[in-house]
Unconditional design. Structure first.
Length: 190
């Protein structure tokens, strides 16, 4: 589901279950040292699966589940919305800790936090952003982005073969990101 669809209410957000064995943790506020300790805990798990993630070219699901369990996906969400209110310096430190253990896990965390930082930056009282940030912290949603170059999957429309284009649905079926941020330009055919 795109953030635009979520914000406009055209689709309901129902995040996929993390895992039957991993219930969502209660929100907790953490300082830098607590966040870094949580990152080291995740890094230990990520390191166990890093070779398999690289060899099989797969998503680091074990690391993602550990990030959720340690409440790291809400690290940059302000404390008043249920997150930790981490600084960019702390986020960079966490990326380094995770990336040393598993490059893919570090990149997933970094890309997610880029999306979170955009929401935090544009969040104003009374806007949909506030409620969204609270739910993101509560559910530990993973935000994904599909806004990069055409060659690596950023082309959000595909040719129907009849001179028309339609939205690509494979981005939603990937099954990894709970919500996908997409670029939207109503004047563009892409």
């Amino acid at each position: 589901m795109s953030l635009l669809e979520f914000a406009s209410g055209t689709r309901r957000a129902v995040p996929p279950p993390v895992s039957p064995s991993l219930p969502l943790p209660a929100p907790r506020k953490m300082d830098k040292s607590r966040l870094e300790q949580a990152a080291y805990t995740v890094a230990q798990i990520a390191a166990q699966f890093a070779d398999a993630v690289d060899r099989e070219a797969r998503f680091p699901l074990e690391a993602l589940n550990a990030m959720r369990e340690q409440h790291l996906l809400a690290a940059m969400v302000p404390q008043e919305h249920g997150g930790s209110g981490a600084s960019l310096e702390t986020i960079a430190s966490i990326c380094q800790i995770l990336g040393r253990a598993c490059a893919s896990a570090g990149m997933v965390f970094a890309m997610h936090q880029i999306q979170v930082s955009c929401l935090v930056e544009h969040s104003k009282p009374g806007t949909w952003h506030h409620g969204f940030l609270k739910r993101l912290a509560q559910h530990q949603w993973l935000l994904a982005s599909a806004t990069s170059e055409d060659e690596v999957g950023g082309n959000l429309r595909c040719d129907t073969g009849y001179g028309q284009t339609r939205p690509r649905r494979d981005l939603e079926r990937a099954g990894i990101g709970d919500l996908v941020a997409r670029r939207y330009n109503p004047d563009s055919s892409r």
